[in-house]
Design a protein around this ligand. Structure first.
Ligand code: NAD
Ligand code: G6P
Ligand code: MN
Length: 441
């Protein structure tokens, strides 16, 4: 069996240990010869880097391991780059969330003005990362989680159309895990039909391998409980605020009971509710800094202090299943079916060819082959057209340095009530993002 070489870009990410633990757990089905961490923040990465060095020495000493801030060292001789960078880190996520809230508008990592601001920061770093990968490892695949995935994917489509970059999201996988719990199955037993954009989609079918359709049964449950399940099915989205999001899916379903909604639609269907239930002084970024970030980094420090991972191991991240399965699908041409972000080109029959959509694909050595989802109803189509245009305008605004286009993007976002509010938020975001955004004229 071939052994693979992997670089994790964003080595200092809170998700890095969970992915590494998942890789270690899967060595029999996905053997690794080299593992590298790469980050542009040496100090942040060193904490996780050192703790993982101790962990790897104990669990898989045969794997060659380094952590580095040198792109050449990081990208030379690698087969896969798992990317999850966050340009501006949590300090900027916090501002993305708090600035719109000052104006009574949804403050969210990937949706509305916050997502647009994050998109404007991410594009440059993502393109640079792709170029580094191609310079040092021309055959490497980048499996990219870095957000906002919709805007990053559109930027890749326009700026690096031939690059081997696959943009993915763990939400369809995570929610399918909850659905499988509702019907007492496992995700592996189920095939879905799904259409939409990233963080903006619907399931139209959930079938087992015999072809039995479970959507009506799941719908009855979601009508009452949303995707909130009794059993702990997910270690990633268990915080109270996430539980409320899973539950809120029942109100999303009510808007169109034909399909099962992605939880992210709550920011577009119920922005007033979201704002009322947000604390403008303590947002999700604060929860994450006080929660996941503290937990992961303090575990790392314990491992380093003790010089061993025994008794204080990192846990396997459920978030990591998708990326490992995806790497396997490419490595072994498995043709596994996975929901991915790809250029539409007819997958959604009555939607623009050049839109980056999220649909099920067969994945093999040549990457994803989208499965046709047919025509979609006008309600979803109109919503998606509005949202995908926001995403396209952001990428154009970035490329042209256009204030006008970014203002239009914010004005068009369903989360923003008027051009006036859009302008006020934009002017604040420009101030906050001086270090990161191109100059807008
Ligand atoms: P984090 O801030 O803990 O980690 C991000 C790391 O990236 C930091 O260590 C930072 O120093 C590093 N970084 C920033 N710019 C870089 C660059 N240009 N080159 C190399 N490294 C760089 O953030 P996190 O909460 O762990 O999330 C990481 C990323 O994964 C975010 O973009 C997040 O939105 C994304 N994410 C996506 C999904 C999805 O469904 N697509 C799921 C979970 C997380
Ligand atoms: C889901 C989404 C990701 C997003 C994450 C935020 O997994 O699919 O795109 O980054 O949630 O989670 P957090 O715990 O950081 O708020
Ligand atoms: Mn996502």
């Amino acid at each position: 069996m071939k052994q693979f070489s992997i670089v994790i870009a964003g080595g200092g990410s809170t998700y890095t240990p969970g992915i590494v633990m998942m890789l270690l757990d899967n060595l029999d089905r996905f053997p690794i010869r080299t593992l590298k961490l790469y980050d542009n923040d040496a100090d942040r990465q060193a904490v996780l880097g050192e703790a993982l060095e101790i962990t790897l020495k104990e669990k898989a000493p045969e794997i060659e391991y380094i952590y580095t801030t040198d792109p050449k060292e990081a990208f030379t001789d690698v087969d896969f780059c798992f990317a999850h960078i966050r340009t501006g880190k949590y300090r900027m996520r916090e501002l993305d969330e708090k600035i719109p809230l000052k104006y009574g508008v949804v403050g969210q990592e990937t949706c509305g003005p916050g997502g647009i601001a994050y998109g404007m920061r991410s594009i440059k770093d993502m393109i640079e990362l792709i170029d580094l990968m191609e310079e040092y490892a021309p055959d490497c695949w980048m499996l990219n989680y870095s957000n906002p995935a919709a805007i990053v994917a559109e930027a890749c489509r326009v700026l690096r159309p031939h690059s081997k970059v696959l943009n993915i999201c763990d939400m369809p996988v995570g929610t399918l895990r909850r659905m499988s719990q509702i019907i007492d199955k496992t995700p592996e037993e189920l095939d879905v039909r799904y259409f939409g954009l990233n963080h903006f989609g619907w399931w139209t079918s959930i079938k087992d391998k015999d072809g039995t359709e479970y959507l009506p049964q799941i719908r009855e449950y979601v009508k009452e409980n949303g995707y909130l399940t009794q059993v702990e099915v997910d270690t990633q989205h268990m915080d109270q605020s996430w539980q409320e999001t899973h539950k809120k899916a029942k109100d999303l379903l009510a808007v169109d009971p034909r399909f099962l909604p992605n939880t992210y639609l709550k920011y577009y269907f119920y922005p007033d509710y979201v704002v009322e239930h947000s604390n403008p002084n303590y947002t999700r970024a604060n929860e994450v800094m006080d929660g996941r970030e503290k937990e992961v980094f303090s575990t790392a420090k314990v491992i380093i202090d003790k010089g061993t991972s025994e008794g204080s191991e990192f846990s396997i991240g459920s978030h990591a299943t998708f990326i490992v399965d995806l790497a396997r699908a490419i490595a072994y041409n498995t043709h596994e079916r996975m929901v991915m972000i790809v250029e539409n080109n007819g997958a959604i029959a009555n939607f623009d060819d050049d839109a980056m959509v999220e649909v099920p694909c067969m994945v093999g050595t040549d990457g994803p082959e989208p499965l046709c989802q047919g025509k979609i109803p006008e309600f979803q189509r109109a919503l998606m057209y509005q949202q995908v245009t926001v995403e396209k305008l952001v990428v154009q605004a970035y490329m042209e340095g256009s204030y006008q286009k970014l203002w239009q993007a914010l004005t068009l976002s369903k989360t923003v009530p008027s051009a006036k509010v859009a302008k006020e938020i934009l002017d604040d975001l420009i101030e906050a993002n001086r270090e990161f955004w191109p100059e807008l004229k």
